[in-house]
Write a protein that binds this ligand. Structure first.
Ligand SMILES: NC(=O)c1ccc[n+]([C@@H]2O[C@H](COP(=O)([O-])OP(=O)(O)OC[C@H]3O[C@@H](n4cnc5c(N)ncnc54)[C@H](OP(=O)(O)O)[C@@H]3O)[C@@H](O)[C@H]2O)c1
Length: 289
């Protein structure tokens, strides 16, 4: 077994299971916001290369033994959905007396699916976040189960605030959240890519088209946020009679951009529910009979 970190029985504040893209970004956010000291953060994963790099870069403790996470007050699950059942199998024996706060960012893993393996009374918060966490601008929606205390929920919010904004919601909302803000960055990237190409088609140099599109997106989002105005009112403000903007909007309506976006989020929401069902079936298949 690979292990770097305190050799005493010092409990960790936070244990992150999974050292991939999200594990790394959350670890860095947690330490940047001083939510715990590096030596109070444990990262577990089978990927010894990733662990060695993270230990060297951020000074956290690391191990390949997921059971070491049971020494922490908070366990954050950041593995792919397919690895969840085996990880919970490893943790389960240690959860009978000790009930750490479990946070999961695993797409499709419901509170009930996780509780099926952790056993009853374990405080769990299911979180749907997005890739913008990588630049500290993530959108994380947190759904706690009834065993989570207000202090634990505040702690979970602080943790995800380190990588962006947070909202607390009921779990029933999470498929729609997945379809909207979870998958949302990919929709925005596709729109950005297309607008850049559109600028190039009209003769703009690509670098210039990219700068124009990004600043227009950022500026429009900031304007929406800062004014708090309805998007339609802000659009009206720049749509002069018989002008260029209304001509462009006419084409957007003709090509049913609104209808397409409504369908996009609906389809992604339905897919999230289907994938959740699959994760649940996998967990049921492992449950002792
Ligand atoms: N990326 C996103 O934008 C995003 C957004 C929202 C939610 N999520 C969710 O976040 C979770 C992690 O995504 P990711 O992009 O960080 O995935 P990732 O980069 O593939 O990272 C997964 C990590 O888990 C490790 N791992 C595999 N099996 C394990 C085990 N049995 N015990 C402990 N660790 C294990 C992997 O090690 P190896 O490298 O050896 O496989 C890897 O370090 C997913 O469930 C995903 O649904 C991701």
């Amino acid at each position: 077994m690979w292990y770097t970190g305190p050799m005493s029985n010092t409990p960790f504040q936070i244990a992150l299971i999974g050292s991939g893209v999200m594990g790394e970004v959350l670890a860095k956010g947690i330490l940047a916001h001083q939510l715990c000291a590096p030596q109070e953060l444990l990262i577990t994963s089978p990927n010894v290369k990733q662990l060695a790099r993270l230990a060297a870069e951020i000074g956290c403790a690391t191990t390949t033994d997921n059971r070491a996470a049971l020494d922490a007050e908070v366990i954050l699950l950041a593995v792919k959905p397919g690895h969840l059942p085996s990880v919970l199998d490893q943790l389960q024996p240690g959860l009978t007396d000790h009930k750490p706060l479990i946070l999961s960012i695993i797409a499709g893993a419901t509170l009930a699916t996780i509780a099926m393996q952790t056993g009853p009374d374990v405080p769990i918060v299911r979180v749907m976040t997005n890739t913008a966490c990588l630049v500290g601008k993530g959108m994380s929606v947190l759904a706690p189960n009834p065993h989570v205390s207000p202090e634990q929920l505040a702690r979970a919010e602080a943790l995800f605030s380190a990588v962006g904004e947070t909202v607390v919601s009921r779990e029933e909302m999470l498929d729609a959240v997945t379809g909207l803000s979870g998958s949302g960055p990919a929709y925005i990237f596709l729109i950005a890519e297309t607008l850049i190409d559109a600028g190039v088609l009209q003769g703009l140099p690509r670098a210039m088209a990219r700068q124009l599109v990004l600043q227009t997106m950022i500026g429009s989002a900031e304007l929406l946020r800062e004014t708090g105005q309805h998007p339609g009112s802000l659009r009206d403000m720049v749509t002069s009679p018989g002008g260029t903007t209304i001509t462009g909007i006419q084409v957007m309506e003709e090509y049913k951009v609104r209808a397409a976006l409504l369908k996009v989020v609906e389809a992604a929401t339905q897919r999230s529910a289907e994938l959740g069902h699959k994760v649940e079936q996998a967990a049921k298949a492992r449950r002792p009979h």
